[in-house]
Ligand binder design. Sequence first.
Ligand code: 13P
Length: 262
Amino acid sequence: MHPAQRRPLIAGNWKMNLTRDGAVALARSVARHAAGACVDVAIFPAFVHIDAVLSALRTDGTEVPVGAQDCSDAPNGAFTGEVSLGMLKDIGCHWVLTGHSERRHVIGETDDIVASKTAAALGAGMTCVLCIGETLDQREGGETDAVNERQLRAALGGISPADMLKLVIAYEPVWAIGTGRTATPDDAQLAHAAVRHVLQDLFGAEMAHRTRILYGGSLKAANAPDLLAKPDIDGGLVGGASLEAGEFGAIIDAAAALAVSA
Ligand code: 13P
């Protein structure tokens, strides 16, 4: 059962997928499905598709937050290939992911870089979904909670309580991303509870209680009900399954059914 102030959030991270037309069509379909649902829904298309997706949703009169998968921590200047928070806000994009495991482990972003981007995003008034999670080696070495704690403290050490109100955490065990392997609901719950404990230590019980912690890693319609039923799992950050409107819609429905029964 989720406390009333933690409205579930189902977010789709589309990663480096889709054409512009495909992204617009998928966004329209997700927005139609999300309309009237008693859960929050957000989508994260590739940078080059965000503007077209926002325009289409505006034309349709539907409202689903459209976010970016990354951002620069610099306001402007000679940073070839980067996209600033000001540029995102200028086109109506007010959500951003930071610290996704593919940026940490494939692109090589450090805890310090993730911290800087998270602070910049929150400072710019964006809603920020901070991603954390352990690798397989770290899990097998019993380091899951320590890794999550290190990533949290590094990213949130300088964040004000006011900015925390616009922060969502996504716990994504790296070994579960795109592999078809999910954490068991019990294992995920333990990790989420430990994350909330760190939030309590950093910001106090009330902030820890109201901050949403999403699960990500091979989340799909079939496993969503069991994972989302756990008390400290407040929604999902969905990769592969968010690329199919029907599958993503079924995850939204699972979260909505649990919210209604809570
Ligand atoms: P998958 O759902 O494809 O495992 O990806 C999870 C993820 O990385 C979402 O950000």
